[in-house]
Design a binder for this molecule. Sequence first.
Ligand code: HEC
Ligand code: HEC
Ligand code: HEC
Ligand code: HEC
Length: 154
Amino acid sequence: MWGGFNTALEYTNTTEFCLSCHEMKVGEEWRESTHFQNPSGVTAGCPDCHVPKEWTAKVARKIAATSDLYYHILGTIDTPEKFEAKRPEMAERVWARMTASGSRECKNCHAYESMDFHNQSQRAQEKMQPASEKDTPCVECHTGLAHKRPPRDD
Ligand code: HEC
Ligand code: HEC
Ligand code: HEC
Ligand code: HEC
């Protein structure tokens, strides 16, 4: 029984699982993005950005993923039109979460401490060197990384 339960939990943490519901729009846009394919050959899958690695945070997201299931049955995003209508509200929730976490998920791959500021573009260096001193959440400046970015209020 535990084997089955753990296997199910593992599966919910895969890009394949996410795509089983999010192929339309989200999957298509992700495959066009730098985070799918880049010169370094590193792919960031859905759980890399959306499911925090830390155990407690992981469980919290699992619970949220379970309520996704109910929403799916309700069909809140099952056509491109419904998805686009809901996109701004969904994006706001993601931004709020990634701001509150300090963009921890991004920092599993990118670290301010590892940035070679001198090899960055001047604009990047000017903004990110001060940001590194304050440990500013990445999503305060970077959005629309893997999906089309809806307009943001601030
Ligand atoms: C069973 C279908 C299903 C699966 C599997 C699924 N989702 Fe969702 N997801 C949905 C639906 C439906 C919504 C829209 C919820 C609403 O109406 O607000 C949603 C919304 C979202 C949102 C935006 C809203 C929010 O509050 O975060 C994100 C981000 C998201 N899903 C990520 C994921 C990731 C990452 C995975 C894989 C770990 C995943 N989903 C797996 C159906 C699913
Ligand atoms: C699984 C590892 C991984 C995660 C998680 C990740 N990235 Fe990346 N990111 C990469 C790789 C690899 C590249 C491409 C590097 C190259 O150009 O070869 C990249 C490129 C970028 C770029 C430059 C290209 C572009 O699309 O603008 C930005 C900005 C960026 N990431 C920000 C973020 C932010 C913000 C997050 C969190 C929301 C994040 N990344 C999460 C691995 C990751
Ligand atoms: C204060 C705003 C700000 C914050 C916070 C910030 N960045 Fe940036 N970043 C920029 C700007 C501006 C650029 C230049 C490219 C551009 O205009 O998008 C950039 C460029 C990048 C690049 C491309 C570097 C290059 O020279 O090609 C990566 C990768 C990146 N950021 C990742 C991150 C990650 C990861 C975080 C969080 C750990 C982060 N940034 C936080 C403003 C910011
Ligand atoms: C590089 C990090 C990153 C990756 C990889 C990523 N996302 Fe996102 N996702 C974000 C960010 C940041 C947002 C907030 C909106 C924005 O800035 O585009 C977001 C928003 C969303 C939304 C809300 C709707 C929207 O378009 O804003 C859904 C649903 C979602 N992601 C699901 C997924 C799924 C499923 C995958 C895998 C196919 C995935 N994401 C891969 C960073 C990522």
